[in-house]
Design a protein around this ligand. Structure first.
Ligand SMILES: NC(=O)C1=CN([C@@H]2O[C@H](COP(=O)(O)OP(=O)(O)OC[C@H]3O[C@@H](n4cnc5c(N)ncnc54)[C@H](O)[C@@H]3O)[C@@H](O)[C@H]2O)[C@@H](O)CC1
Ligand SMILES: Nc1ncnc2c1ncn2[C@@H]1O[C@H](COP(=O)(O)OP(=O)(O)O)[C@@H](O)[C@H]1O
Ligand SMILES: [K+]
Length: 495
């Protein structure tokens, strides 16, 4: 699914108005209806007192239409504030302002410098500014948003929280309204996927307002959101006459005295993700544990690596490896194989940059933020970090899996796939080791690195999401492994 910029959304808006055709005020009505349909299940009590704060642009026009539609749905404790801090108004705002006069809804207007009354409503709908934001909030706008943020009611933003840019860098210095819920039109905005948006968004929902989808999908963009459709398209069913040889041999090089568990987790994840065979190159001290936890996994002694390297279809190296630089150097010297490089192996690359020149093709690097900055230098924002990731992936022809709440998968052509699955119950040690096992397993099964990365990240997250939905407030990595086959069986979706 394409993620588009605010400017492209305007373009899709204009295109839909011209070609459907539909009057822009009717499109606004459709957007407001979609908002209301999503809002009602979130706040079903029609006695809820609601304040709707509207600017005089199209976002404000949406707010006025939402006020009227909610009132028609029986919400009868609605107050509207119209904030006239700008000296112009949009036509669709004007039309909806006129329509509101036929309802019993109370409207109060505010002008620059006006004192702002106390807010005691339970829900505050933010329709002040949307994707039209083009500069930081200052003056009366800033005062108003701070006033709203200071009251205890739940805030629900229309399309985008006021003050948050829809795309591009999100400077720390820019103030925004904090929305418990954002109900966003047609597409999530690119900024929603950046950790910096946490100051403005608790959770977001996306509603279809009927813009021309085929037009949007043709718009040029470097950003795509992975959906379940992608998983269904990419995943290959296991065939009737297939056997273990059909699904490849994964080798995991991992583990050390204090971090043997990392090796066990990635080996287990490889087995449960479907590799025909999984071998572990671990310190011998881990053998008893390996055979107890995952008897399916074979052992490959370090001294045999050079000799049997040719028998593996993919290699994952790094989880719990420790500072074993010689081992990594040796592996990068053997014949090129699809490889996943994670954790301690990334730290070793950072320490010995010449090794970066020896990465095989294809190769997937899976840094979290700290590992990424160790490798490529510190970054002051995620936007900058992502720019570096795109440059590096292109220059080195590698896939960079930049792990986070929304993991960015950066492809060798510089395009970025955003993974929406996963949840905070998964924020515990060993989760990345599981991802490495999954990636290596899919590479061993013959998936190209781009597809392996999409499958592994999405299914890793859905397995965790399903466990969280079953009531697990914390999802340990070992538990998640057992869920992978079901996540695959359901092709990434549980209903
Ligand atoms: N295709 C879509 O997605 C649709 C979008 N609609 C709505 O239209 C909104 C965009 O509307 P507009 O383009 O009118 O813009 P907004 O309503 O977001 O903003 C109004 C105007 O405020 C000014 N402004 C921007 N930043 C400011 C700041 N920091 N301080 C003071 N003034 C500032 C700008 O000149 C801007 O045009 C969307 O967020 C959405 O709510 C809907 O009406 C229907 C269709
Ligand atoms: N809050 C969260 N939401 C979604 N995914 C998460 C969250 N916390 C962690 N994860 C996922 O768990 C993994 C953690 O990886 P990493 O930090 O390398 O863990 P470890 O080093 O302990 O194995 C990543 O794939 C990340 O996307
Ligand atoms: K808004």
């Amino acid at each position: 699914m394409n993620i588009i910029t605010a400017a492209q959304t305007k373009d899709a808006d204009r295109h839909t108005i011209e070609t459907e055709p539909i009057a822009s005020v009717d499109l606004m009505e459709r957007a407001a209806n979609a908002f209301v349909t999503a809002f009602i299940p979130l706040y079903p009590d029609s006695n809820t007192s609601i304040l709707i704060c509207c600017g005089t642009g199209n976002n404000g026009g949406d707010g006025l239409a939402i006020a009227r539609l909610l009132q028609a749905h029986g919400y009868d404790a609605i107050t509207v504030w119209v904030v006239r801090f700008a000296n112009s108004e949009r036509d669709d705002f004007t039309a909806n302002f006129a329509r509101l006069h036929n309802t019993p809804i109370r409207i109060t207007e505010f002008f620059p410098g006006d004192k702002l009354p106390d807010i005691d409503q339970t829900v505050i709908i933010d329709a002040l500014l949307g994707s039209g934001l083009n500069k930081p909030l200052t003056g009366d706008w800033l005062r108003l948003v701070k006033h709203i943020n200071g009251v205890p009611g739940r805030k629900v933003a229309v399309d985008v929280p006021t003050g948050l840019r829809a795309d591009g860098i999100i400077p720390d210095t820019e103030y925004a309204l904090y929305a418990h819920d954002v109900i966003s039109f047609q597409r999530p905005k690119l900024s929603f996927f950046f950790p910096e948006s946490a100051k403005a968004i608790e959770r977001f929902h996306v509603v279809d307002i009927g813009l021309d989808e085929s037009y949007i999908e043709r718009l040029p963009t470097d950003f795509r959101l992975i959906t379940r459709d992608d998983i269904q398209r990419i995943y290959r069913n296991r065939l009737p006459f297939s056997h273990k040889g059909t699904y490849g041999h994964a080798l995991l090089i991992a583990g050390n005295t204090r971090t043997m568990g990392a090796a066990l987790l990635c080996c287990g994840a490889s087995v449960y993700s479907g590799a025909g065979l999984t071998s572990a190159c671990i310190p011998p001290a881990g053998l008893a544990a390996l055979n107890t936890c995952h008897p399916e996994v074979m052992y490959c002694p370090e001294e045999d690596l050079a000799e049997i390297w040719g028998t593996f279809d993919a290699v994952g190296i790094g989880p719990g490896l420790g500072q074993r630089e010689k081992l990594l150097t040796a592996c990068l010297g053997y014949s090129a194989k699809p490889m996943v490089i994670d954790a301690d192996a990334i730290t070793l690359l950072a320490r010995e940059p010449s090794l970066m020149e020896k990465l095989p093709t294809p190769c997937i690097l899976t840094p979290h933020m700290k590992e990424f900055d160790r490798l490529f230098g510190t970054h002051s924002s995620w936007w900058d970090r992502l720019r570096t990731a795109r440059e590096q992936a292109e220059a080195r022809h590698i896939v960079l899996v930049l792990k986070n709440r929304y993991t960015f998968i950066v492809m060798p052509d510089g395009s970025v796939y955003i993974n929406p699955t996963g949840n905070p119950a998964m924020a515990s040690g060993g989760m990345g080791d599981v991802l490495t096992g999954m990636l290596t397993s899919f590479l061993a099964q013959g998936y190209p690195p781009q597809e392996a990365a999409i499958l592994a990240c999405y299914l890793h997250g859905t397995a965790g999401d399903q466990l969280a939905a079953n009531g697990m407030a914390v999802v340990p990595a070992g538990k998640l492994i057992r869920m992978i086959p079901l996540a695959i069986g359901n092709r990434g979706g549980f209903s």
